[in-house]
Design a binder for this molecule. Structure first.
Ligand SMILES: Nc1nc2c(ncn2[C@@H]2O[C@H](COP(=O)(O)OP(=O)(O)O)[C@@H](O)[C@H]2O)c(=O)[nH]1
Ligand SMILES: [Mg+2]
Length: 450
């Protein structure tokens, strides 16, 4: 591809598309010559702008898709984002860069899946698309043409669909700026071949998706209002309970403090499960595994994920294997009305050699999940034999939501030795009736409220 006769554009709009973990964010950074994109998975498009090589460049990264998950099995959000990516740089991108990692397998299955996702953007995308090979450093001395030939007919099909437009980037070598200027020139050459027309998405399809998105956002707002209203109602009920318990002589102070305790436990819990839009970051204490795989992290059965919305659900997710935490966060994402757009770097996704989605969880893991379908179950999974103490249960569910260290349990409320007992409220009250114990309990409550 020659570059001498192309028109130098002062503005370039680019959309990066492709499988997850192929190097889209890295390519965006190489093109903009700065770490503008974080190397972590995002559910929504990310747009960055910068002046490079005398051009004002806009780069939009669409969320990547899994190589073993056909478009019909993917989420609505992902499909919408892929379509909307091209509307984020009006009047449309000059170039769609289809990112393919040279170390990834690209066979019949991958080709079909890729084609399925690209169909979302209609057939007209091909005239505006360039295959952008990443991991150029992994090729060594092998010319990209040889790689295309040796990889097989599927990759050749892709390159030909793109009018034999391709480019190789080594995202680990920013000092070589010719690789970027050459890419920009290839884009300008394509723009010239398209008579300067940017890629325009079919208006009807775009409108449909935009309307759908708007309606979802509206419903999300309504849900948020509903949750707020519900919380307000719950709070006023607690106040009423407190007032009526104050009137009672025996156990009054205990009940009012208990109401406080449960109210705070409830509010921590609901911040995880109600998805009211306030959950923006995930505590550092939660970690996902990441190895060398392009697989989608394991999914939970519908039953398991719905379990999480019940009391103790988030608690269980935190206690289970590290992946459980992952899923718990995932659910926070999906119920969070789109406000949670990124996953902190401390969270790592599992990778292995294959790009396939792993099968569902092993029996052993699902057994772990089924533990704790009751509050006691979840408590047992964390605390073992001590689970039969009411305080123990409350204490562990609170700690599941809080990254703070657990306050010490006052002696007076620890499990009595010998036969297991479930204290009744009256007994419970009596347990903390001495001055010393009251001080202990007050200290516990103070810490929990913090
Ligand atoms: N060696 C090498 N690694 C790369 C290159 N491009 C991306 N990577 C790595 O591939 C992984 C996925 O990259 P990322 O940009 O997050 O992919 P995305 O999910 O498609 O945005 C990261 O660990 C990158 O460091 C490249 O050109 N060479
Ligand atoms: Mg990325």
């Amino acid at each position: 591809m020659g570059s001498g006769d192309t028109h130098h554009l002062s503005e370039l709009r680019i959309v990066l598309l492709g499988f997850a973990y192929t190097g889209k964010s890295s390519a965006g950074n190489t093109i903009l010559n700065r770490e503008e994109f974080e190397l972590k998975r995002t559910a929504l498009c990310v747009k960055r702008q910068r002046e490079v090589a005398g051009r004002n460049i806009t780069v939009v990264e669409a969320p990547g898709w899994w190589s073993n998950k056909p478009v019909e099995d993917s989420t609505e959000l992902l499909k919408q984002e892929i379509v909307l990516s091209v509307s984020l740089c009006p009047p449309g991108p000059h170039a769609l860069l289809l990112v393919v990692n040279v170390v990834s397998v690209f066979k019949e299955n991958e080709r079909k899946i890729l084609d399925g996702y690209l169909e979302l953007l209609t057939d007209s995308l091909w005239s505006h698309t360039i295959v952008l090979f990443t991991c150029g450093d992994c090729l060594g001395d092998t010319p990209i043409e040889q790689h295309i030939e040796s990889e097989g007919k599927e990759l050749q099909w892709l390159v030909e669909k793109c009018g034999n437009r391709y480019h190789v980037l080594n995202n680990k070598n920013w000092s070589d700026d010719t690789q970027v200027t050459e890419l920009l020139e290839k884009i300008e050459e394509m723009v010239a071949a398209n008579s300067g027309r940017p890629f325009e998405m079919d208006r009807k399809i775009l409108q449909e998706v935009e309307e759908k998105r708007r309606a979802e956002e509206e419903r999300a707002k309504e849900r948020m209002m509903k949750v707020k209203k519900q919380k307000k109602h719950n709070r006023s009920q607690i106040v009423n309970m407190e007032e009526s318990s104050d009137k009672s002589l025996v156990g009054g102070s205990f009940r009012s403090r208990t109401a406080d305790f449960y109210a705070s436990a409830h509010s921590i819990d609901s911040s995880h499960t109600s998805g009211n839009g306030s959950l923006r970051s995930i505590p550092e204490s939660l970690h996902l595994e990441r190895s060398n795989s392009l697989r989608e992290p394991p999914t939970m059965s519908r039953e398991k994920s719905s379990d999480k919305s019940s009391v103790g659900g988030s608690f269980r997710s935190r206690l289970g294997p590290s992946r459980s935490s992952t899923r718990s966060k995932d659910s926070s994402h999906s119920s969070g009305f789109g406000s949670l757009t990124s996953i902190p770097e401390s969270l790592h996704l599992e990778r292995s050699d294959s790009m396939r989605e792993p099968l569902t969880m092993s029996k052993e893991k699902s057994d772990t999940w089924s533990l704790g379908s009751s509050a006691y179950g979840s408590f047992r999974s964390r605390s073992g034999p001590d689970s039969d103490s009411v305080y123990g249960s409350a204490r562990s569910s609170v700690s599941a939501h809080s990254s703070r260290s657990l306050p010490a349990i006052p002696k007076s409320v620890q499990k009595p030795k010998g036969k297991v007992q479930f204290p009744k409220i009256g007994k419970f009250f009596r347990l903390s009736s001495s001055k010393e114990d009251n001080e202990d309990t007050a200290a516990v409550e103070h810490k929990l409220k913090k």
